[in-house]
Structure formats: structure tokens, C-alpha cells
Design a protein around this ligand. Structure first.
Ligand code: GH3
Ligand code: MG
Ligand code: MG
Length: 337
């Protein structure tokens, strides 16, 4: 049986793809260029150095690489590309006149996916290129679906964990604060019970879209944390800004109309938000502690009446900030208790 990912992939129209051809012989470059034109965008490099330079600003879907070139040879180009996390996944096919066993083994050991011997036969080149472009596309689709929540289209829990770890490292390098919001839909069991599970699913999709639209900075990341819980990572955001975002998010969701199929009336749901900030994330400190902080703030928000945000800094307890909240000073900053 075909997998869901394969079905999704096949349902999409074939996308134009990009191929980088690397060979010091311009005649070979031209010949391959003609053969592969129908696949999409073709770029050329006439040396290993040129190939390395081009790939600093261009990530092809496939590379055809000559082994024997003056200067940096094909095997070295391949090893360097495989050592680069941004280019590691690009499939490389060696195209070479050295069609002996030792060269083929060396090419595969350097990380190539395939090996085509010169003289070039068009049907062989086209068939192998088609196979590897297709495999690459499938792998990318699988990687994307492994990090995406199928219901909301938001990054899933696995992607959230990876992104939070990456943001933590970035924040500690740049000596910047890092904030996290965790939120949970209020009385969602009752929503499911009165409108049905499909309506609950629709509600989760709408809430997911509302958060995605709410976030404006490119570095901010919203994810489905699990069930009816979501998370928002806010890089370079200190405690007062995290609180402002948390309160704005509460209001945004409360104002979002949930339109259900076959229902005349629009519904509304509210959320409770727990916010936490680490002012200076140290490398090696427990990221889990930040999640626990946000989680305990979230449970406080539930206990204190729902449809609200609470904040918990690393190792301290601060109450909610809001305009009419006596726990904030005249500038809206939280007063510690
Ligand atoms: P609280 O305000 O304390 O959060 O109450 P609640 O009812 O939201 O909390 P509870 O944890 O009791 O219920 C969560 C509900 O979320 C129960 C579960 O069926 C529902 N839920 C979790 N994931 C999904 C989903 O993917 N789709 C739908 N429709 N419901 C879901
Ligand atoms: Mg809930
Ligand atoms: Mg819950």
C-alpha cells in the first residue's frame, strides 16, 4: 500500500527542480545541460572551487559532479558539501570517465548516491537523475511531515523540541533573553461534548491559524504541543514583552469567531496562557525547566479563572500583568511579591 506521504506527494503537480552540473570540460557541461533541461533550472560550475562558491547561496535539488578536475577534485567537493549541514541532504551523482571499481567505491564512500560512467548515454543519465530527484523530493516531504501536525499544519511537538533547543543555544550565544508561552483551550472537553469531535478538530484548526496570524516577527514560532495545548517560542523577548504577548494572545483567541460547518451561530473559545522567560539562557542548563515554568504558570491561569495569562520567571514568582492589575507598576511592568 502506498503511504499517505507518497500519495500526497503524487497528488502534487511535478515541480520544477534545480540541478547543478560540475565539470571542467565545457563540452560535457553543455551535453548534460541539454539532456537535463526538461527537469527545470540548470546551473553550471567549471571547477570544484566554483561549485563550492555557488552552493554558498544556492541549494540545488541534485548535483552532477565530475571526479577528475584540476584544483579541488570532485571527491573533495563531495566531502565538503556532506560536511555542511545546510547542503548535506543534496544528492550527488558522480559522472566520470574513471569507471573502475576503486573510483566507484571512493565516490560512494565520499557520500554520493550514484555513479554514472562516461561516455554518457542519454537514457541512463535521464533515468538516474529522475530517480534521485524523486527520492530527494519524497525524503523532503517525509521530513516535513515528520515535523508537522497534520490537523493544524503547525510544527508538531518534535519540531517544537528541536526549535526550542536551537533557540536556547542561539540565545545563550547572543546573550539574549528567551520566552515561552504555553496555552491550553479552556473547557475544551465540554466543547467536544456539545458540538462533536469533528467540530472540536475544526476549532483546533481555527485556533492554530489565529496564532500563526498573531505572530508577526519571523523568529517567533508557534507549535501544537499536544491535544488542545499549543506553544509559542519568542526569541529575544524579555519578561514584560512576553507578558504583553501572552495577554494579547488571550484577547486574540477570545475575539476569534469559530465558524462550524452546518451551524448558524459562531462559537467562541478562550485560552489560558502560561508565560516564562529565561533572561540569560546558559549553555547546558535544563531547557525542561523553562517548559516547567510556563506549565506551572498555565496551571495558575486555570486556577485563577481561565481566559487569562500568568507569568513565571525562572526561579521567581510574579503575578499577571494587565492595565487594571494592581500587580503591575504604572508602566505595566510586573511588581514582584
Ligand atoms: P481545562 O479548561 O481545564 O483545560 O478543561 P478541558 O476540558 O479543556 O481539559 P481536559 O484536559 O479535561 O480536556 C481536554 C480535551 O481535549 C479532551 C480531549 O478529548 C480534547 N482533545 C485533545 N486532542 C484533541 C483533538 O485532536 N481533537 C479534538 N476534537 N479534541 C481533542
Ligand atoms: Mg483545556
Ligand atoms: Mg489540556
Amino acid at each position: 500500500m502506498r503511504s499517505a506521504v507518497a500519495a500526497q506527494f503524487e497528488a502534487q503537480p511535478p515541480q520544477a527542480q534545480s540541478i547543478l552540473i560540475v565539470d571542467d570540460d565545457p563540452a560535457i557541461v553543455q551535453l548534460l545541460g541539454e539532456m537535463l533541461k526538461p527537469f527545470g533550472e540548470i546551473r553550471f560550475a567549471l571547477s570544484g572551487e566554483q561549485a563550492l562558491a555557488i552552493t554558498t547561496s544556492f541549494t540545488p535539488d541534485l548535483i552532477l559532479l565530475d571526479i577528475n578536475m584540476p584544483g579541488v577534485n570532485g571527491l573533495d567537493v563531495c566531502r565538503r558539501l556532506k560536511a555542511n549541514p545546510g547542503l548535506r541532504e543534496v544528492p550527488i551523482i558522480f559522472v566520470t570517465g574513471q569507471n573502475d571499481l576503486t573510483s566507484e567505491v571512493a565516490a560512494l564512500e565520499a557520500g554520493a548516491v550514484d555513479f554514472i560512467a562516461k561516455p554518457l548515454a542519454t537514457p541512463i543519465v535521464v533515468a538516474r537523475v529522475r530517480t534521485h530527484l524523486r527520492l530527494h523530493q519524497l525524503t523532503e516531504a517525509l521530513k516535513h511531515s515528520a515535523r508537522t501536525d497534520a490537523l493544524t499544519g503547525l510544527p508538531n511537538r518534535r519540531a517544537f523540541d528541536e526549535e526550542l533547543a536551537a533557540e536556547w543555544r542561539r540565545a545563550s550565544r547572543r546573550r539574549e533573553p528567551l520566552s515561552l508561552l504555553l496555552f491550553d483551550i479552556d473547557h475544551f472537553k465540554a466543547f467536544n461534548d456539545s458540538h462533536g469531535h469533528p467540530a472540536g478538530d475544526e476549532c483546533l484548526r481555527i485556533v492554530g491559524q489565529a496564532i500563526a496570524a498573531f505572530l508577526k516577527r519571523p523568529g517567533d514560532l508557534a507549535a501544537r504541543y499536544g491535544g488542545e495545548e499549543f506553544a509559542v517560542i519568542l526569541p529575544a523577548t524579555d519578561c514584560p514583552d512576553a507578558l504583553r504577548m501572552a495577554n494579547a494572545l488571550v484577547r486574540t483567541i477570545a475575539d476569534t469567531a469559530i465558524t462550524l460547518p452546518n451551524a448558524l451561530e459562531k462559537r467562541r473559545v478562550t485560552i489560558s496562557v502560561g508565560a516564562a522567560t529565561v533572561e540569560l539562557p546558559a549553555p547546558g542548563t535544563a531547557i525542561a525547566a523553562l517548559v516547567e515554568c510556563a506549565d506551572s504558570a498555565l496551571y495558575r491561569a486555570k486556577r485563577n479563572g481561565r481566559n487569562r495569562a500568568e507569568f513565571q520567571p525562572f526561579g521567581r514568582t510574579v503575578r499577571n500583568i494587565d492595565h487594571d492589575d494592581p500587580a503591575t507598576d504604572p508602566r505595566g511592568n510586573p511588581i514582584e511579591r
